[in-house]
Design a protein. Structure first.
Length: 140
């Protein structure tokens, strides 16, 4: 099953059937360039014609916190909300249209992670913290 594209399975109505707990949550998200872009923390479901339809992948602390729940989840959500570059507390959203494939190992995108803003925190930490450490070699 390793490497199998889970987006290809469908039921008789040609809708994609995916078991989220087994196939999606906590999977690595890779941009089109192969760079890690985050992890699948939650899913966005939209109601259409009385049925729920998967429309996006949500990632980041503001998506993971509510999924964890309790005090730890509330803490994680609060940290994520404070680290956002603007006042919008909603999680980072990856529309399903830019998902190229879903396998048991990872989720691959059709676009680079930077195009969706998925590397903002990593870039900020690199610029504001790591690059200022003496002897870091300036490597990115």
């Amino acid at each position: 099953m390793s490497g199998q594209n889970l987006m290809g399975k469908s039921d008789s109505s040609q809708r994609i059937v995916v078991w989220a707990n087994r196939a999606l949550f906590d999977r690595l998200i890779l941009g089109a360039d192969g760079e890690p872009a985050g992890m699948v923390d939650d899913l966005e479901l939209t109601e259409r014609d009385g049925q729920l339809e998967w429309t996006a992948i949500l990632c980041g602390p503001t998506a993971l916190g509510p999924r964890i729940g309790g005090r730890i989840g509330a803490f994680w959500y609060a940290v994520g909300r404070r680290l956002r570059p603007y006042d919008d507390p909603s999680p980072l959203r990856i529309p399903l249209e830019v998902v190229a494939s879903v396998s048991v190992r990872d989720v691959r995108l059709r676009v680079e992670a930077q195009e969706l803003g998925l590397t903002r925190l990593r870039d900020w930490v690199q610029d504001k913290v790591i690059d200022r450490i003496p002897g870091n070699g300036g490597a990115r």
